[in-house]
Design a binder for this molecule. Structure first.
Ligand code: SME
Length: 156
C-alpha cells in the first residue's frame, strides 16, 4: 500500500481548506487530496445531511447510484444514526451495505459532527479487503473535524 504519512495528508488538507474560500470548493479539495494521497482509497465522497437523508456532495471516483440515502439505510445511514465511524472489512458480508461498485471490498464512513449534531460524513470505498485501520480512522476523523467549520447546520 502506498501512502503519504498521515500528518502530511492532514496538513495538506488544512492548507488547502484555508486557501479555499468557497464551502463546496473546500469539500471538493478535501476529497481530491484524500483520493490522491492514499492508493487504497478507490472512491472518496462526502454526503451532507438534509433532513432525514444523506445527499451526495463532492466525490472522486465512479458515479454512485446512491445520491440520496435515507438515514435508516446503508452503512452511510448507520454511521449517521450511530454518530460513530464504521469500518467494514468485507462489504459483501454486511447486510447493511448498499453497493456502489462491484469492485468495492471494504468501506469506512466517518461522521462529520458539530458537538452531537451530524452535518454529514466522509465515505471511502476500497477495492482492497480490510483496507481501513485505526490510522485511517484517526486521519479521517481529523479531516472531518477540519470540515465542520466549513459546513452549515442542516437540521430537519
Ligand atoms: N456503500 C454505501 C453507499 C454509498 S456508496 O458506497 C458511494 C452504504 O452502504 O451506505
Amino acid at each position: 500500500m502506498s501512502r503519504r504519512p498521515h500528518a502530511q495528508i492532514l496538513e495538506a488538507t488544512r492548507r488547502a481548506l484555508d486557501a479555499e474560500p468557497d464551502a463546496t470548493g473546500a469539500l471538493t479539495r478535501a476529497v481530491e487530496i484524500l483520493k490522491s494521497a492514499v492508493s487504497d482509497y478507490t472512491w472518496v465522497g462526502i454526503y451532507l445531511l438534509d433532513g432525514d437523508e444523506l445527499v451526495l456532495g463532492p466525490y472522486v471516483g465512479k458515479p454512485s447510484p446512491h445520491t440520496r440515502i435515507p438515514l435508516g439505510r446503508g452503512i452511510c445511514g448507520a454511521a449517521a444514526t450511530e454518530k460513530a465511524t464504521i469500518i467494514v472489512d468485507d462489504v459483501n458480508a454486511d447486510a447493511r451495505y448498499l453497493a456502489c461498485s462491484i469492485e468495492t471490498k471494504s468501506e469506512i464512513v466517518v461522521p462529520i459532527m458539530r458537538d452531537s449534531e451530524v452535518l454529514g460524513e466522509i465515505d471511502i470505498d476500497s477495492d482492497r479487503p480490510a483496507a481501513f485501520g485505526p490510522d485511517d480512522r484517526t486521519l479521517l476523523e481529523s479531516v472531518a473535524a477540519l470540515l465542520v467549520s466549513r459546513l452549515d447546520s442542516r437540521r430537519a
